[in-house]
Design a protein around this ligand. Structure first.
Ligand SMILES: Cc1cc2nc3c(=O)[nH]c(=O)nc-3n(C[C@H](O)[C@H](O)[C@H](O)COP(=O)(O)OP(=O)(O)OC[C@H]3O[C@@H](n4cnc5c(N)ncnc54)[C@H](O)[C@@H]3O)c2cc1C
Length: 495
């Protein structure tokens, strides 16, 4: 433990999950920590506050989750099957998005430190609760969890932020709001502080935790393509790639898939950003990810993806991009009455956009912008192909696949024939970007020749190479905490 009188000054750029975990770790080691945040108090916490607070990590059995759960007296726990989510399974899940590439070093670090890091958070009184409403289905009187994702912070992302903030402040951390960092200050080859809109701040190390570039339209178009001009931004307006640009300006090495990002089907009529003022249950109101219970149809009246390819945890982050690629950057999700009770709450919020009818013909006539005949034929052909005798079971990959379609629906393929019918218009909403900086195993930012940039660390969305061409849900916060903790420790020990 470094003694207080020797304590070093660490500046952290940002105040989200990655920044706060880095701060807590550095404070634990005796450093003096100042986080400098672009947003005001309301927008501090960045994308972290917009999340569901769900965190993916490896565990071997339900008992390993108990020390992480705030309310261990919840009577449902006795009737809950959490299963297991081993390191190998987490690695397999990441590999499935790597397009044949092996696991990256960053992915190994993420998985190998995931459980330990969540336990460390719990030791700082950041606690969790099982995600009964979205990650389990009831079978008899049992709650069966599926998809490897089991816990979220109490009160979702805002709750996670508040718990981490409390720990950060209680250890002596400080935050300056409304003070965007504009440049990194150098003395020869070492980063010695930051220049902000208001002042210069000197420090022994700087940790960049300023998120990705999802809210920067020009960068989206440059790196991801023209379609991304039209993407709705699901999180903060402040993640405009500032930290990334500052680091690249002083010769940092790019890493990861700049051409890919996390994007989700969202209500066509949602506004950019927003929703922080709502209750947690309502904050996700524009997200529309129950396509696995029905089908998605584009303006040409065609299906364009396998809605049942895998659990939605493994598809929702990719399917927003697929929707954006469609004519008019939109699609319709179509369901019948059989699955109505399984649709998530957000499908029933009073201002959710949808049309409803008692016949398919009437429904389609209400679906603005679609080719009516083609849509009708697509649904009819889809219904004819739902011939599998397997039982429908949303708690597992049930192999209830369409039969005979060129583009199958591989699981949960039930015909759409029981009125009333509903269709929801969706577009693609960008969540965060995958391309970022290359860091060492201690989270030092590397320069193009592979050497570290002295005095500079990075963690969170700004780190590249963690997610390549896809994302198992709930991994972003874990990544932020894993790399945040390492960066916090690294920034102190390297001095
Ligand atoms: C709607 C939504 C739902 C999500 N749900 C989940 C989920 O349930 N589970 C999960 O794992 N992940 C989820 N994610 C992804 C998750 O939000 C991110 O992976 C994670 O929050 C990133 O943390 P971070 O600390 O790197 O960035 P952020 O939390 O975005 O923090 C970055 C901070 O840097 C600040 N900043 C930017 N530029 C500057 C500057 N120049 N100077 C000073 N400060 C600056 C920003 O204002 C912001 O406060 C979700 C994202 C969204 C948008």
């Amino acid at each position: 433990m470094i003694k207080k009188e020797m304590s070093k000054k660490i500046i952290i750029v940002g105040s989200g999950n990655a920044a706060l975990t880095a701060g807590i770790a550095a404070l634990e080691k005796g450093a003096k920590v100042l986080a400098i945040e672009k947003g005001n108090k309301y927008l501090s916490g960045g994308n972290t506050k917009y999340t569901a607070g769900a965190m993916r990590f490896s565990y071997n059995n339900g008992d390993e989750l108990l020390p992480l759960i705030r309310d261990v007296n919840d009577i449902r726990l006795k009737k809950t099957e959490f299963g297991s989510y081993t390191k190998n399974k987490f690695k397999e899940d990441l590999l499935s998005f790597n397009e044949g590439n092996p696991l990256t070093k960053e992915q190994e670090i993420l998985v190998d430190n995931s459980y330990e890091t969540i336990c460390w958070l719990a030791s700082h009184n950041v606690k969790f609760e099982p995600i009964y409403n979205r990650q389990s289905f009831k079978k008899g009187d049992k709650f069966i969890f599926w998809g490897g994702l089991t816990l979220a912070s109490e009160n979702e992302g805002v709750g996670l932020f508040e718990q981490e903030l409390k720990s950060f402040f209680s250890l002596g951390g400080e935050i300056e709001y409304e003070n965007p960092v504009t440049n990194l200050m150098m003395d020869n080859d070492k980063v010695v502080g930051v220049q902000t809109k208001k002042d210069k701040y000197y420090s022994d190390s700087v940790i960049l935790a300023s998120g990705g570039f999802e809210a920067n339209e020009d960068m989206r178009v440059r790196y991801l393509g023209e379609n991304w001009r039209f993407a709705k931004v699901r999180g903060t307006p402040n993640n405009t790639g500032d930290g990334l640009k500052m680091a690249l300006d002083i010769g940092a090495l790019e890493n990861g898939y700049y051409q890919s990002c996390h994007a989700t089907p969202m209500d066509l009529y949602m506004k950019n950003y927003g929703n922080l003022d709502l209750e947690p249950i309502e904050r996700k109101k524009y997200r529309k990810i129950c396509y696995f219970l029905g089908i998605m149809i584009n303006a040409n009246g065609k299906r364009f993806l396998d809605e049942g390819k895998n659990f939605r945890n493994y598809t929702y982050a990719q399917y927003g991009a697929k929707v954006l690629e469609q004519p008019g950057h939109l699609a319709w999700q179509v369901f019948d009455n059989k699955v109505k009770d399984l649709l998530y709450d957000e499908y029933f919020f009073k201002d959710a956009s949808f049309v409803e009818a008692d016949s398919l013909k009437e429904l389609i006539s209400k679906m603005d912008g679609v080719d009516i005949t083609a849509t009708y034929n697509t649904i009819r052909n889809y219904n004819k192909s739902c011939k599998s005798n397997n039982s429908f079971d949303p708690t597992k990959l049930d192999n209830k696949s369409t039969i005979g379609l060129d583009l199958p629906k591989s699981n949960w393929a039930q015909s759409i024939e029981e009125p009333p019918f509903r269709a929801y218009p969706v577009t693609g909403g960008i969540t965060f970007t995958y391309g970022g900086l290359k860091v060492s195993s201690k989270c030092n930012v590397l320069q193009k020749n592979g050497d570290i940039i002295k005095g500079l660390f990075a963690c969170g969305e700004i780190v590249g190479g963690v997610f390549l061409n896809g994302y198992p849900g709930g991994s972003g916060l874990t990544s932020g905490a894993v790399f945040g903790r390492i960066a916090g420790y690294g920034s102190v020990s390297s001095i």
